[in-house]
Design a protein. Structure first.
Length: 202
């Protein structure tokens, strides 16, 4: 739960943060990554940095902070992390130097006391769907292909919901477990409507 993320940073507006998050999510979608939690961890690192940092930060360095969060998250989660040259040359087109990335990484790790992976609302979504599958198995035995497809579709819609709410800084004050519960409800309803539409086509 993160409240007052930008209170000490008047130059960084909620719209600038939302724009950066939308861009970061697009970057993560084209990266050859294995872990789907990567953008959520990167944004969580960035948000906690701004919440804990009481010294006003310039708006021009928002991209640097977000990309450094992504860089740290990839080193923590990925077998083959993002390389520094890739960050400098391909993602920010030499807008920031290697030294600036290393300095920002040091600042982030120091301020966050190397706490990289607190649970995000997406982690709870994955947990809830895992528990839901286990509960269905306990009730009815092996899950049918149709039910499994329904749950996979619901999980996809829930993950998209999680990406959308990331951009709204006011929602970051809500507990991740509660925010993810609304995401699961949204995903199940969207999956139901999707299945219904497919049946009507037939």
């Amino acid at each position: 739960m993160l409240d007052g993320i930008l209170d000490c940073h008047p130059h960084i507006t909620k719209f600038l943060r939302a724009h950066l998050i939308d861009w970061l999510i697009q970057v993560c979608e084209v990266l050859p990554k294995e872990d789907s939690t990567l953008p959520f961890v990167a944004i969580n690192i960035m948000d906690r940095f701004y919440k804990l940092n009481r010294q006003s930060q310039p708006a021009v360095e928002v991209q640097l902070t977000g990309l450094t969060g992504l860089f740290i998250a990839s080193k923590y989660f990925e077998v083959t992390p993002i390389f520094m040259d890739q960050m400098v040359n391909e993602m920010c087109y030499d807008k920031f130097s290697h030294e600036q990335f290393l300095d920002r990484e040091t600042a982030l790790m120091s301020l966050l006391a190397c706490e990289i992976d607190p649970p995000t609302h997406f982690d709870f979504v994955l947990l809830y769907f895992k528990l839901l599958r286990l509960h269905l198995q306990a009730l009815k035995g092996p899950i049918s292909k149709q039910s499994l497809n329904f749950l996979l579709t619901a999980e996809f819609f829930s993950s998209e919901y999680c990406k959308m709410v990331l951009a709204d800084v006011t929602l970051m004050r809500v507990r991740p477990s509660m925010l993810s519960a609304t995401g699961v409800a949204f995903g199940l309803m969207a999956s139901y409507k999707h299945s219904l539409a497919n049946l009507q086509k037939k």
